[in-house]
Design a protein around this ligand. Structure first.
Ligand code: F6P
Length: 431
């Protein structure tokens, strides 16, 4: 089997460990392994040596146009400034390095190549690297039918039969849409004479498996997403640092943390860092106006002797009428109503970058092996699996069911059914 792996959406610590694990597990099981650079965007762009071939065919305007169009967009690493990535991928001067043990096809330039065959040594040491070394992007092109047609063409051209996608729920939904459309895409490519009868027959189905890479820990049917433990650790460290300066000045700090629509990072960091009050989307304050509830609570803490105050605001926080709660406003309330000397700290992307913690190396390593096994065992045309972890066991769950349950949380919040939202999120959110 020829398996390609891509990372998509916001990067998270542990994505490189996923790539390493999938590549190595695949090689050990006799598969040919490929990486797709820059997420779905790389899938749409493909390898440009094929573009010339496409341009010659009269009936293939759609694919050629899409490829040319995206290739002219100035965003991705395809120039000399790509040296870093080239270096990280152990490619020198744009050439794939030959290595005794690796299986990749050496001697071809990386420039203009987004779908690259890799070997054992290409991913050596990747478990310890932050971000994603094969790049990620939020691809608008892949959201169009023409983009997905180009992506299908590029995969068939390289003879790839299976795809591993590591990303958040949007990326994984895209993966399953691609898989379900695959037979039509292949038929269309054949109609346009872009692929031969033999290619059509050999690639009648695409097997896909998803791994959840996201710092937000917002995916249902898995206890943890890859990158969430590291981000949580970063936030805890930041709170520890802030605690000492807050204590010294007897100040209040309002910390805004990431998580998109999910309050997991804020909630768990609050517990781990000893916060006085936490705002999360799934459970807004009970009392309205919430300012009364927050001030009463913090005042109580101060009266029993606390010298410092920490309030955590998840980026998606709102009140029970779904009106956003902003860190600056919280600061103003603490200052005006309690007279506290208050500062705001927005942790931003420091939460997302940097080396993965141990668990964000172990989890992707185990899940990567499971992903390869799931692909090797998958029946053609069956729905994709998502690899998760539940009660300390690596699991396979139907990808679309997990996406559906994740969307149900957002719907419950929109309907202001916060009890349901918390139950759906899982036991950490139980009152
Ligand atoms: O989904 C991961 C995440 O870091 C969210 O927590 C945050 O809302 C978003 O991505 C930030 O995205 P960007 O890096 O594109 O600003």
């Amino acid at each position: 089997m020829k398996i390609a792996i891509l990372t998509s959406g916001g990067d998270s610590a542990g994505m490189n460990a996923v790539v390493r694990s999938v590549v190595k597990a695949g090689i050990l099981k006799g598969c040919e392994m490929w990486v797709v650079r820059e997420g779905y965007e790389g899938l749409v762009r493909g390898n440009t040596e094929h573009s010339e071939q496409q341009a010659q065919a009269t009936t293939q305007a759609t694919v050629a146009e899409v490829q040319n169009e995206v290739a002219n967009q100035p965003i991705l690493a395809q120039t000399d400034s790509d040296k870093n990535l080239l270096h990280n991928l152990r490619f020198g001067d744009g050439e794939l390095l030959k290595d005794g043990t690796s299986e990749y096809v050496g001697g071809r330039t990386l420039k203009g190549r987004y779908i690259v065959r890799v070997g054992w040594d290409d991913v050596r040491g990747w478990f310890a690297q932050g971000g994603t070394l094969i790049g990620t992007a939020r691809s608008a092109a892949f959201r169009t039918p023409e983009g997905r047609l180009a992506a299908a063409f590029n995969l068939v051209k390289e003879g790839i039969d299976a795809l591993v996608v590591c990303g958040g729920d949007g990326s994984l939904t895209g993966a399953d849409v691609f898989r379900s459309e695959w037979p039509q895409l292949i038929a269309e490519l054949h109609t346009q004479s872009l692929i031969t009868d033999a290619q059509m027959e050999a690639h009648s189905h695409l097997k896909i498996v998803g791994l959840v890479g996201s710092i937000d820990n917002d995916m249902s049917m898995t206890d943890l997403t890859i990158g969430a433990p590291t981000a949580l650790q970063r936030i805890c460290e930041a709170i520890d640092n802030i605690n000492s300066t807050a204590y010294s000045h007897s100040r209040a700090f309002v910390l805004e943390v990431m998580g998109r629509d999910c309050g997991w990072l804020a909630l768990l960091a609050g517990v781990a860092g000893g916060a006085d009050f936490i705002f999360i989307p799934e459970r807004p304050p009970n009392v309205m106006p919430w300012e009364d509830e927050m001030c009463a609570e913090i005042d109580r803490h101060r009266k029993i002797g606390k010298r410092k105050t920490i309030v955590i605001v998840a980026e998606g926080a709102h009140d029970s009428d779904l009106k956003p709660v902003h860190a600056e406003y919280v600061k103003q309330v603490l200052t005006d109503r309690l007279g506290l000397d208050t500062r705001v700290t927005t942790l931003g992307h420091t939460q997302r970058g940097g080396r993965p913690c141990a668990f964000d190396r172990i989890l992707p390593t185990l899940q990567g092996v499971e992903a390869v096994e799931a692909l090797l065992e998958a029946e053609p045309g069956t729905p994709s699996y998502m690899i998760g972890v539940q009660e300390n066991k690596i699991t396979r769950v139907p990808l679309m069911e997990a996406v559906k349950m994740t969307r149900a949380v957002a719907a419950a919040v929109r309907e202001k059914d916060f009890a349901k939202a918390m139950t759906l999120r899982g036991p950490e959110f139980a009152e």
